[in-house]
Structures are given as structure tokens and as C-alpha cells.
Design a protein around this ligand. Structure first.
Ligand SMILES: C[S@@+](CC[C@H](N)C(=O)[O-])C[C@H]1O[C@@H](n2cnc3c(N)ncnc32)[C@H](O)[C@@H]1O
Length: 284
């Protein structure tokens, strides 16, 4: 009878042949699928039990997970979760899958919000809640409002609030600022839709499986960034910051938009590859 370690090695080869993933990536994904099929055992458990035989039941359930991945379904959808800033967030096809790039937005936000001071934050277009919930957990003295116009995404965000015991977060159904009229914050963060509507990448990879309303934003990808920026100053306290994630070629355009709306101290943070990723500005 085949052993768990043989099953994993064979599956890695099959997944690699069927995808454009690097060998190391396929090994990590196959390991995650196998741990999932085994009832969410840990990676350490799998290493310690690699010599154990593969039962028919396990083979069947693992094969069906592997077939979905080979067909292109995102690994986060198959596992139902994705790690972000060291925590597991529930993910469904109704939400964007949180990206590692978005951790730059978290780091930038944490730099502007001292841990020992209370702070009101707003996360616009929260999806799984990854940004707002992470900020709330990293800054326990803060009060964080997270909003999304997708009822389905908001339901996932509410589950993540419970799962991660984020007591200082309020989730609201809202078309950008519609549910927070009259409220002001010290920090507004957003990873809004910013892909150009005609971008061919929308038909490739994980993007094919994510909601188009979470991804695309008009001919130049900037419609939502313009909309969020135009109303931000009216929702910020003096000295408050607006921080926006955007496409790596949109830095100049986003700085211009923030300037048009009277923001000061405008700057852009680059990712590890040197691409412009997050632009921020302050209201005086
Ligand atoms: C790029 S996703 C970001 C999700 C999450 N913040 C993250 O970084 O993983 C953009 C989110 O904005 C939401 N959204 C789009 N238009 C919106 C609007 N007018 N009002 C509120 N949310 C909106 C989408 O439903 C989606 O969840």
C-alpha cells in the first residue's frame, strides 16, 4: 500500500505538470491539500506520519481536492482559508483572496498609529475583513469600522471577526461611506478594486474565480480610488491619513488624485520588488 509521502510526491509532479507553479510552490500546496484531506492535521503531523499507509477513503477525498486544484480553482477556495499577517481568514468565492502585497498597507498603517493611543479606523471594501480585523487586533485600543457593499462578503468578514475574537470591530453594509455619514476617523484604509476593466489578467489564474466587483474599476482602474478619495477628507479628523493600495503602475495617478483633493504629505510605499503599492496622504 502506498505511503502518505509517496502520495504527496506523486501529486506534486501531477500538479506541476498541469500548472505554471514553481516546484516549491506545488509541494507546499500539495502538503496543504493533504493536511486538509486528513482532517486539518498540521504540517508537523504529516512529516512525522509520512510512512503511514494511504487508505481508500483518504485517497478519494485527496484526489477530489487535487482535481479541483489541477482544474485551476484557487487553493484558498479549496481550503476555505488564507493566511494573512500571521492569521487564518475564512475565504469564499464571494471575497477577494487576501494577498501578501496588502501586508504593506498594514505595516504602513501601523507606523502611523501608535499602539498606546486610541484611534478610529475605517476599512473601505473589507472583503474577508483581512485589513480591518488585522489592524484591530494589532491595535487593541482602536475602534475599527469595516464596510463592504457585498452582503456575502460582509457575512464572511463577520465570521472572521468571531473566529479571531476581534472585539473592537464593527462590520457595516455600506456603499463606500454611505453607512458612516457624519462620522470621522483618524485613518481610512482601502484596498479597492483597481484593475482596468479590459485587462486580460481578469481572465487568468485566481482572478477568474474572484468577484469582478472586487477587482475591476473602470477603463483606467481608478474609478473607485477617485470616488473614495473625493469624499475622504470629510470623514477624517485633522491630521488623519488616507491610505490606498493600488496597481504598481498607478502611483503617479493616485498621488495626483490625492493632491487634487487637498491632501498633504503625500507619499508612496514600494513593495519588496520595488513596485509602487500604497499611496498615503494627510488632511491638515
Ligand atoms: C480588492 S477587494 C479588497 C478586499 C479586502 N480589503 C482585501 O484586501 O483582501 C475590494 C472590495 O471592495 C468591495 N467594494 C467594491 N465596491 C464597493 C463599494 N462601492 N462600496 C463598498 N465596498 C465595495 C468589494 O466587494 C471587495 O470586497
Amino acid at each position: 500500500m502506498a505511503k502518505l509521502q509517496n502520495l504527496a510526491a506523486c501529486a506534486s509532479k501531477r500538479l506541476q505538470q498541469a500548472s505554471h507553479l514553481e516546484p516549491a510552490e506545488t509541494r507546499i500546496e500539495v502538503r496543504a491539500l493533504l493536511c486538509h484531506a486528513l482532517g486539518n492535521v498540521s504540517h508537523a503531523w504529516l512529516i512525522a506520519h509520512g510512512d503511514e499507509p494511504v487508505t481508500d477513503t483518504l485517497r478519494q477525498s485527496f484526489e477530489s481536492l487535487l482535481a479541483r486544484r489541477i482544474a485551476g480553482e484557487p487553493i484558498a477556495h479549496i481550503l476555505g482559508q488564507r493566511e494573512f499577517f500571521g492569521r487564518e481568514f475564512k475565504v469564499t468565492p464571494a471575497t477577494l483572496i487576501p494577498r501578501p502585497d496588502t501586508e504593506i498597507l498594514i505595516e504602513t498603517a501601523l507606523e502611523k498609529t501608535p499602539a498606546n493611543q486610541p484611534c478610529r479606523m475605517l476599512d473601505l471594501g473589507t472583503g474577508t475583513g483581512a485589513i480591518g480585523i488585522t489592524l484591530a487586533l494589532e491595535r487593541p485600543l482602536s475602534q475599527v469600522v469595516i464596510v463592504d457593499f457585498s452582503h456575502e462578503a460582509l457575512a464572511v468578514a463577520k465570521e472572521n471577526i468571531q473566529r479571531l475574537a476581534a472585539r473592537n470591530v464593527t462590520a457595516l453594509h455600506s456603499d463606500w461611506y454611505s453607512a458612516v455619514q457624519g462620522q470621522r476617523f483618524d485613518l481610512i484604509v482601502s484596498n479597492p478594486p483597481y484593475i482596468e476593466t479590459g485587462d486580460p489578467h481578469l481572465q487568468q489564474g485566481d482572478l477568474r474565480f474572484e468577484p469582478i466587483t472586487a477587482l475591476a474599476s473602470g477603463a483606467d482602474g481608478l474609478d473607485d480610488i477617485r470616488s473614495i478619495s473625493s469624499q475622504a477628507a470629510g470623514h477624517l479628523n485633522p491630521g488623519g491619513w488616507l491610505m490606498l493600495e493600488h496597481g504598481y503602475q498607478q502611483g503617479t495617478a493616485v498621488r495626483d488624485i490625492l493632491q487634487q483633493h487637498g491632501f498633504t504629505s503625500i507619499s508612496t510605499v514600494t513593495d519588496l520588488a520595488g513596485h509602487e503599492r500604497v499611496t498615503l496622504g494627510r488632511v491638515d
